[in-house]
Design a protein. Structure first.
Length: 239
């Protein structure tokens, strides 16, 4: 009787052992597949290109000082007329030349007066040139000595600002170039690691940067030629 019960028990134990082994193999394969599925590589792709500014802004600020406001204003008006003649001779249209802020300072009306007041009134006027003809602006800055010869002294002159406003014209091609660069790096990584490159899991596009072509030692807006840069980050699945 005991022998008859022993045989089913042995069979049941054997079946249980097989089941546990099969279950262990299944779980093992699941972990292995999960690890394979999680394998990925994150790469960055860069696109840069040199572009020429398409807009230039040139502020010309001049001032006069004295004790008689009408006389000071007359001096500023004379300088303004000289500046307008100069810009017209340079080839600028009226639409490209605009008046900026007019500043009038009465030293006696200030809350904190200087110790030595040499002139009561100071009047400053700014003329702003805004044009798409960036080459003309560059030539104009080299001819500003003509204003000095006419007695017009520019105040706080820092040169023109050159701007690139056509980013949308280069954006699609640069994104494509940066994405292709990222894929090239991912393919190289896959070859080196003995795997195959899978589909994209995620991708992010960095912000576009507009820098001066010569990044060291120069203000970006002072340079006519710009460097446009974008970096994309792409995560690829590895098979």
């Amino acid at each position: 009787m005991a022998d008859n019960l022993l045989v089913p028990a042995v069979v049941a134990s054997a079946l249980l052992a097989v089941g546990v082994a099969a279950g262990g193999a299944f779980v093992g394969n699941g972990v292995e597949n999960a690890r394979v599925g999680d394998r990925s590589v994150t790469v960055r792709g860069l696109s840069e290109r040199i572009v020429k500014s398409d807009l230039a802004v040139l502020p010309l600020r001049f001032a006069a000082a004295g004790d008689e406001l009408t006389a000071v204003q007359a001096d500023v008006d004379a300088d303004l007329a000289a500046v307008r003649r100069f810009l017209a001779a340079q080839g600028y249209t009226n639409a490209e030349v605009d008046l900026g802020r007019l500043e009038v300072t009465d030293q006696y009306a200030r809350e904190y007066q200087p110790q030595d007041i040499r002139a009561r009134y100071r009047v400053a006027q700014t003329v702003i040139v805004r044009t798409a003809n960036v080459d003309r602006v560059q030539a104009t800055t080299r001819s500003l000595d003509q204003l000095l010869r006419q007695g017009v002294v520019l105040q706080d002159f820092n040169g023109p600002s050159y701007l690139f406003t056509k980013l949308n014209d280069v954006r699609p091609a640069m994104i494509a170039e940066a994405t292709a660069s990222a894929r090239t790096g991912a393919e190289q990584f896959a070859r080196d690691s003995g795997t195959k490159l899978g589909p994209i899991r995620s991708a992010t596009q960095g912000s576009f940067e507009i820098l001066g072509r010569d990044e060291v030692g120069y203000e970006p807006n002072s340079q006519m030629f710009k460097k446009v840069r974008v970096v994309t980050t792409v995560n690829y699945r590895l098979r």
